[in-house]
Design a protein around this ligand. Structure first.
Ligand code: F3S
Length: 392
C-alpha cells in the first residue's frame, strides 16, 4: 500500500498511518473492524475540509471496512425546517456526497454503537469521536485510540491502524481509583462527574467506585463524553458495570493513587459551565438521544403544548425506531422537533437564531459558548423537558 501498488489514495493514507506509528513507536500495523469518522460538519471543517474530501474522492479513496460518520451540520433532509442557510446546506450536501462516493455509511451520529456499528469485546477499531471512543473502550471493551478525522479516514481506506496505546493490554489497566462521595441521581450528575474527572485527571484510566451505579447506557455515554471533553480520558472502568472490570483484580488496585470527588465538585462544574440566565430553547441529545431518552421525553410532553422550543438530536435510525413507537409524533405533536443527522454543537445554531439554551450535557455546555456564541444553562433531562412544557 505504502509503495502505491494499490493506488494513490491508499498510499497517502498509509503514509499518514506509518508516520503516526513512528511517533508512537508502534511495532506494526493491525487490522481494524470498523471506523468512525469525525469532521463531517461543514461548520467544523469548512471549505478546506470539503476540498480535501473531494480531492480524496478524485484519487480513488474508498472505505475497506465498515465506516460510519459523525453528525453533519444539519438534518440532511429537513434542513429547511431547521432554517439552515442554503449556502451552508449546499456545501454540507457536497461533503456527504463525497463520503458516499467513498462508500462510507452516511449514518451521521455519535452513537454508532446503537445503530449497527457496535464492536465486540477486544475487537480493534479506529474511531474518531471522543464520546463514542469512550463508550467503545469502556462499556463495550473494544479497543481504539483517540483518532483524529484524518487518521480515522486513513484507517477506513487501508483497514489498518498502528499498534499502540489502548490497543495494548498494558495501557488499559486502571491508573487511578476514583472514590465518588455522593450519590448520582440522574443523567446530569453523571455528566458533571465526567467533566470533573476529566479536568482533574487530564489523561489516565480511572477506576470509579463509591457510589451505587446501574448499567444505564445513557448515563455511561454522558459520563464518558464529559470526561473526554474536559480531559483526554478514553477509557474508564466501573466494577461490575464496564466490560473489562471483571478482569481487574483487587491486587491491581492496591498501589494506585486514590482521588475523591464529591457533591461540591459537581456543583462547582455546574456553576462554571452555566452562562445563560434566561434560556429560551431546550436542546437535548449530546451525545445523540437514545430511543429510551426519546421515550422519556415523549412521555413527559404527550398531549401538552410546549411553551419553549424543544429540539431532540438523534440519529436517523433511532428516529425511525422512535417513530414506530409513537415517540416522534408525541414530541412533534406538542410542538417539539426531533432533529436527525446533526447535533447542537456542530450545527450553525448561531445562524438560526438560537442564543440561549437549556441542556443536560456538559459537553454541549463546554463547546456552545465558544463555537456558536450560545449561552448555556444545565439541568437533568426531565427538568429540561418540564421547562419546555411550563416555560419557566
Ligand atoms: Fe455527539 Fe455532537 Fe455531542 S457529536 S457528543 S452530540 S457534540
Amino acid at each position: 500500500m505504502l509503495q502505491g501498488e494499490y493506488g494513490e489514495a491508499k498510499a497517502l493514507a498509509m503514509k499518514l498511518l506509518v508516520a503516526v506509528g513512528d511517533i508512537f513507536e508502534a511495532k506494526r500495523m493491525i487490522k481494524v473492524k470498523s471506523v468512525q469518522v469525525s469532521g463531517v460538519s461543514y461548520k467544523t471543517i469548512g471549505e478546506a475540509g470539503l476540498e480535501f474530501l473531494e480531492d480524496l474522492c478524485r484519487k480513488g479513496a474508498e472505505a475497506t471496512v465498515k465506516t460510519t460518520l459523525n453528525p453533519a451540520g444539519m438534518d440532511l433532509t429537513e434542513w429547511r425546517r431547521m432554517r439552515v442557510p442554503s449556502d451552508f446546506a449546499q456545501r454540507q450536501l457536497r461533503i456527504i456526497s463525497a463520503f458516499k462516493s467513498m462508500r462510507m455509511d452516511t449514518t451521521c451520529t455519535c452513537i454508532p454503537y446503537f445503530v449497527g456499528n457496535r464492536p465486540r469485546f477486544s475487537e480493534s477499531v479506529a474511531w474518531a469521536e471522543s464520546s463514542a471512543i469512550s463508550f467503545a473502550n469502556s462499556v463495550l471493551g473494544a479497543r481504539t485510540n483517540r483518532e483524529g478525522g484524518p487518521t480515522a479516514l486513513a484507517s477506513s481506506i487501508t483497514g489498518r491502524t498502528p499498534l499502540h496505546g489502548l490497543h495494548l493490554d498494558e495501557n488499559r489497566r486502571p491508573t487511578h481509583i476514583i472514590q465518588v462521595q455522593s450519590e448520582l441521581h440522574n443523567d446530569l450528575d453523571f455528566s458533571l462527574l465526567g467533566y470533573a474527572l476529566g479536568r482533574k485527571l487530564g489523561s489516565c484510566v480511572p477506576f470509579i467506585t463509591g457510589t451505587s451505579m446501574e448499567r444505564n447506557f445513557d448515563y455511561l455515554k454522558t459520563l464518558g463524553a464529559s470526561m473526554a471533553t474536559s480531559g483526554a480520558i478514553a477509557l474508564y472502568h466501573i466494577g461490575g458495570i464496564t466490560a473489562e472490570s471483571r478482569l481487574i483484580k483487587e491486587s491491581d488496585l492496591n498501589f494506585l493513587e486514590r482521588i475523591s470527588v464529591g457533591r461540591s465538585e459537581l456543583r462547582f462544574v455546574k456553576e462554571e459551565l452555566t452562562s445563560a440566565e434566561g434560556p429560551r430553547h431546550v436542546c437535548l441529545g449530546c451525545p445523540h438521544c437514545s430511543k429510551e431518552e426519546l421515550g422519556t421525553v415523549a412521555k413527559l410532553v404527550d398531549g401538552r403544548r410546549l411553551q419553549r422550543k424543544l429540539w431532540c438530536f438523534t440519529s436517523r435510525e433511532t428516529c425511525e425506531e422512535a417513530e414506530k413507537l409513537g415517540y416522534v409524533s408525541a414530541i412533534e405533536g406538542a410542538g417539539g422537533m426531533v432533529v436527525k443527522d446533526t447535533c447542537m454543537v456542530v450545527s450553525p445554531l448561531e445562524k438560526i437564531g438560537v442564543n440561549q439554551v437549556l441542556t443536560n450535557s456538559c459537553k454541549a455546555a463546554h463547546y456552545l459558548p465558544s463555537l456558536s456564541r450560545v449561552r448555556v444553562a444545565l439541568a437533568p433531562l426531565e427538568e429540561c423537558v418540564r421547562f419546555a412544557v411550563e416555560g419557566s
